[in-house]
Design a protein around this ligand. Structure first.
Ligand SMILES: [Zn+2]
Length: 109
């Protein structure tokens, strides 16, 4: 069971009370130069994702709380959340294996 804490409203719960929204911080090629998007850039944006063994930045939505999107940093090996942060924030600087407080939970950054 994943324990998640919404950084917007503070609701805490397991993964059934939130929805995973995929990898975070993926830049859309159309936001850079919409007139000259290559097929490869569009393909990579739509279909190519990292599958890291370790720290992964993800998007989640507070489905049964405020309904807002937020970001989370999670270790894919231990399933431990390292941090929860606002959707507009850049990813926190986290060292692999750094302590993040209680097991299964992360802290706000
Ligand atoms: Zn919330």
């Amino acid at each position: 069971m994943l324990l998640i804490s919404c950084p917007v409203c503070g609701v805490e719960g397991d993964e059934t009370e939130f929805r995973y929204g995929g990898a975070a911080h993926i830049e859309r090629p159309a936001s850079l130069d919409p007139e000259n998007i290559s097929d490869e850039a569009q393909r990579d944006y739509l279909f190519i994702r990292k599958n890291p063994c370790g720290l992964h930045f993800e998007r989640w939505v507070c489905a049964r709380g405020c309904g807002k999107w937020f970001h989370a940093a999670r270790d894919t090996m231990t399933l431990e959340f390292k941090a929860f942060y606002a959707i507009t924030d850049q990813p926190p600087k986290l060292a692999e294996g750094a302590p993040a407080g209680p097991k299964g939970r992360g802290g706000r950054t």
